[in-house]
Design a protein around this ligand. Structure first.
Ligand code: 8OZ
Length: 374
């Protein structure tokens, strides 16, 4: 029977176990540059089969929160080189999450104070995180009203995802990339009826709404090889005010289109991101989604996420429902989560007040278990 501690080949990625560290926003990279504490943070967690970095902006326009790292400037890539070297020195595998927030941003974070961009000029009822440049204090603010992207701008966005992927793998030393297609950010905004009211080739039908995500995924796969690419999806999450009128056929269409690409993995957030696994009024059949992918020839690993504990994760693997389980908050507070799960040891509790922003505290000072006696 497959367990969490068995290795797996996911595309080109050989993973020592089936426990992934989910992408987690931590807002500790001023000027979008990862610091040495970020190298320490990921290296402490290198026993995960796969580390997925926090969402990392592909362009300045893709930034939606203060002190999120980027993949579009030399200094940022130099910071990431130190992170990937520290993780590889511990035998870990690390991919970075390619992120464009679309409308979930604020003018204060955009180039030239411009409006954030979106498929349609509809404000997301959600908040972003700003840091006061004078005092350094963080605060949550409503997102700014977005402007509608012109169709002529979309090839540039596709290109920016591919360029960031190339920077990540060829320059920064990542083992691969994960495309952020979830949680109400740009690609999810195009996908879903609640944020996309376009009347061109990128709005209306399922095929049109899925077009940008598929163009991005193909371009990124071409840039670094499909076996180094994962895609994160969240069929029914209400995160960042996102909704689709009919997600089941939308995701089954996506599954059939993604299947021939040969991706390393598909990463599915089940339910409300970081919240309940069932969302009221939004039923979704995850097994049918996965079956659509496999029946269309989709290989690679099926990664699941959201509120898993050890028993649920083992059940998901043993039943064949998933190949890899991603843990989020438990990885914040347990650098040695893999060893704790292996031993059935208790987990450290997490401190929400240090999730976003700050320095070493709540970041690299959570204790590991004592070494087991020889
Ligand atoms: C929490 C806070 C800020 C951003 C996501 C990148 O939901 C995020 C995020 C999460 O995917």
């Amino acid at each position: 029977m497959t367990t969490l501690f068995d290795p797996i080949q996911a595309g080109d990625l050989h993973l020592a176990n089936r426990i992934a560290m989910a992408p987690l926003t931590r807002n500790r990279s001023p000027r979008a540059v990862p610091r040495d504490i970020t190298a320490t943070y990921y290296a402490q967690r290198a026993s995960a089969g796969l580390l997925i970095t926090e969402g990392t902006a592909i362009t300045h326009q893709g930034q939606g929160y203060a002190d999120v790292p980027g993949l579009y400037a030399t200094e940022q890539l130099d910071g990431w080189k130190r992170v990937t070297a520290a993780v590889h020195a511990r035998g870990g595998r690390i991919v970075t999450q390619l992120w464009h927030v679309g409308r979930v941003s604020h003018r204060a974070l955009q180039p030239g104070g411009a409006a954030p961009v979106a498929p349609s000029p509809i404000v997301a009822k959600s908040k972003t995180y700003l840091v006061d440049p004078e005092t350094g204090a963080g605060r949550f603010e409503p997102t700014s009203e977005p402007r509608e992207l012109d169709a002529s701008e979309l090839p540039g966005i596709v290109h920016a995802f591919a360029a960031a992927a190339r920077n990540a793998v060829e320059t920064a030393g990542f083992d691969g990339v994960e495309i952020h297609g979830a949680n109400g950010y740009l690609l999810d905004q195009f996908l879903k009826t609640g944020a996309n009211q376009r009347t061109d080739d990128y709005g209306g039908s399922i095929e049109n709404r899925a077009r940008l995500m598929l163009e991005v995924t193909r371009a990124v796969a071409d840039a670094v090889g499909p076996g180094r690419v994962g895609l994160r999806l969240s069929p029914v999450t209400p995160a960042n005010d996102i909704v689709d009128a009919n997600p089941q056929p939308l995701y089954e269409y996506l599954a059939r289109q993604l299947a021939p690409l040969g991706l390393a993995y598909v990463h599915v957030i089940e339910g409300a991101t970081g919240g309940p696994r069932e969302v009221e009024g939004r039923p979704f059949d995850y097994a049918a989604f996965k079956a659509a992918y496999r029946e269309a020839g989709g290989r690679g690993a099926w990664m699941v996420n959201n509120g898993y504990d050890r028993d649920m994760a083992q059940e998901a693997l043993a039943s064949g429902r998933a190949d890899i389980v991603a843990f989020g908050r438990a990885f914040i507070s347990n650098p040695d989560l893999v060893e704790r799960l292996r031993r059935g040891a208790p987990l450290n509790a997490w401190d929400k007040t240090t999730f976003y922003g700050g320095g070493e505290h709540g970041y690299i000072d959570y204790p590991a278990l004592e070494q087991a006696p020889a």
